[in-house]
Design a protein around this ligand. Structure first.
Ligand code: ZN
Length: 298
């Protein structure tokens, strides 16, 4: 599932390739990713427009056009590929348009950009500046911007009875984090994922704030995490999967303390953590009793 580092990697690749090119023509092959827009409306609004810039906010990508933008959310398995319009006959190569390709943009200068999505939870549609503004307004701060402060983060967590794992996945608290980077940030901060937001100490909040930024920066530097479906627009895999410390490592010894990494359900998501490195809040119950789903691991 693409999160901030993967979407940012895509943005950087596309920023080198797309600005200045015109959408000469386009094909839509499936209506679902465009909803509530119709295929005809999408084609009408995008055709003939020039791509001005490629921007990212949270897990959203925006291809800014002369009028409005193409909004892309990759959902679970969405991919954007840019390729020369003359395709070599390389059967089976992932980046070639196939039955999972829902939208193809034919760009000036001999390039195609296409949106591929096996599970079809992704979105691509044309939005006005006003619609984009409404969408962005609902999102919390960008974690790598100066708007994400320890004090703002603390305020967003106070009086929240939900787990810190759920709060990190809440895009209104902080934008762009999903399951992988939530688990990795919590591990690096030494905070148990089941800890309730309101019970976090200022020291824990501060450590978590730092670890979120470090993990995301490091993941961007390694071009994101490829576990199965994530590829950049040039069909390259990410490299951060080798650096994951807990995500996907359940049953393996913790790299820090050799305790076995656990996978439990927290915030309805499979959550990877080390019970020794991530002790619970300093109260009678500890993380084990707070985690109701402990008896029901994913
Ligand atoms: Zn450990």
């Amino acid at each position: 599932v693409p999160e901030l580092p993967e979407v940012e990697t895509i943005r950087r690749v596309l920023s080198e390739k797309l600005p200045g090119r015109r959408i000469l023509n386009l094909q839509t092959h499936h209506a679902k990713p465009l909803r509530p827009q119709s295929m005809a409306e999408f084609e009408k609004q995008a055709r003939g427009q020039r791509i001005v810039a490629v921007e990212r906010r949270a897990k959203y990508l925006f291809l800014r056009l002369e009028h409005g933008s193409l909004l892309v959310h990759l959902g679970m398995t969405g991919q954007l590929f840019a390729a020369p319009v003359v395709l070599r006959p390389a059967a089976g190569k992932l980046s070639l348009p196939d039955q999972h390709t829902h939208v193809i943009l034919f760009l000036s200068g001999g390039m195609i950009l296409y949106f591929r999505d096996i599970r079809r939870f992704g979105k691509i549609r044309w939005v006005t500046d006003e619609q984009m503004g409404e969408l962005l307004q609902r999102l919390g701060p960008e974690p790598l911007s100066s708007k994400f402060t320890v004090e703002g983060f603390r305020q967003a967590l106070t009086r929240r009875r939900t787990s810190i794992k759920a709060l990190l996945l809440n895009q209104a608290v902080v934008a762009g984090i999903g399951n992988i980077y939530a688990d990795e940030s919590l591990f690096r901060a030494g905070v148990a994922p089941q800890t309730r937001g309101a019970t976090l100490t200022l020291a824990q909040i501060s450590r978590l704030h730092t670890s979120i930024r470090r993990v995301l920066r490091e993941a961007i530097r390694h071009r994101g995490t490829t576990l199965s479906d994530y590829f950049d627009p040039e069909s390259r895999k990410g490299g951060f999967q080798a650096r994951l410390k807990v995500y996907g490592r359940e049953g393996e010894p913790c790299q820090v303390c050799r305790t076995l990494v656990r996978k439990d359900v927290t915030a309805q998501r499979g959550t990877h953590w080390c019970p020794a490195c991530q002790p619970g809040p300093k109260n009678k119950t500890g993380p084990r009793l707070l985690n109701k789903s402990r008896n029901n691991p994913a």
